[in-house]
Design a protein around this ligand. Sequence first.
Ligand SMILES: [Fe+2]
Length: 381
Amino acid sequence: MVKPPLFPKVEGKTSRQAHTNLPEGTIELERGRKGFFGRVSHLYKTNAPTAWTDIKGDLKPRSFNFDKIKTKDLSDKNEIYTTLMYNSECRVSISRRTSEMPYYFRNSDGDETIFIHEGRGMMESDYGNFEYEEGDYIVIPRGTSYRLIPYNESNFYLFIEATDSVFEFPERGMLGPNAQIDPAMIETPKIPEVISRENEEWEIKIKRWNKLTSVFYPHNPVQDTIGWQGTNIPMKFSINDFKAVSSEKYHLPPSVHTTLTAPSFVICSFVPRPLEDISVLRIPFYHSNIEFDEVIFYHDGEFFSRHGLDKASITYHPGGIEHGPQPEAFEKVQKNSNIKRTNEKAVMIDSRKPLLFTDEALVSENNDYWRSWKEIAKPHI
Ligand SMILES: [Fe+2]
């Protein structure tokens, strides 16, 4: 069998280096494998791949405004969260709370990363407690019993559940062990000195196969921990402590923002950072990560490659159809040397397995999102 070449081959008019000095009147389309890690080819085209006139079928860029969804847990105390997207190894849900969970919750289906989109409060667990605030990631191993206690304000949580295995930090390679998230910034729970409400009856709701079982105790079954040790523990760090990697002269792929990994998906953090020089590509190149569905949850700031998205909106770009910057972003950012930074904060989920939406998510969909590329953008770099 003849193996495909592992060295780059060139045909026709191309730039010498990816993302810079594109042939006159062309756009660059990146076709990459393994989520920006694997083999890659760049096609130089005279039309943007998003300049479609119509799409018939399900494979469309989609956007949703999760802020419009009234979560079940506000009205029904038995609901933990409202699931909006899912596949066999990843579930994405939201929850809003204005008062403390009157029970403990234990997820036996998956490990959880909870992103605090809005609010402050405390997580109480059988490893102890920590306070949280807007922008925090709380990572909770399956089997942990915990509850969330909002302080005097509404809390809005994004739950990302990994049902296959644990969340890990990515290898930082030559960036070194302190890059991006310094381990010193990771907090673990502290056991409180005083046990409150020790002799009250308490309920633990245990989720297994997406069904809840309630187990009752005549005492507090969480606050009776007097110590713990090991590595399978809840932890917390802030998106504000995530340090972006960037280059003035080269547009780095979104994989440099990888924050946590699960076996079939990654969580990335887009955070404020300097933009590239206008002589090189500073907005995302058109690309098709064929093997991945891409979801971006907009937390704060102005997302420079998208236009007209509110906080708590998401965009969904399924693998198999190309995506890239919207025309407005190209005009506003690529050509404007006065814009030197982006202040965006967003959480991206790149999933190897296709994600499906629940009926609860569909009510918040912007059905015209896929039409928003109608004006052809040609970034001549
Ligand atoms: Fe993308």
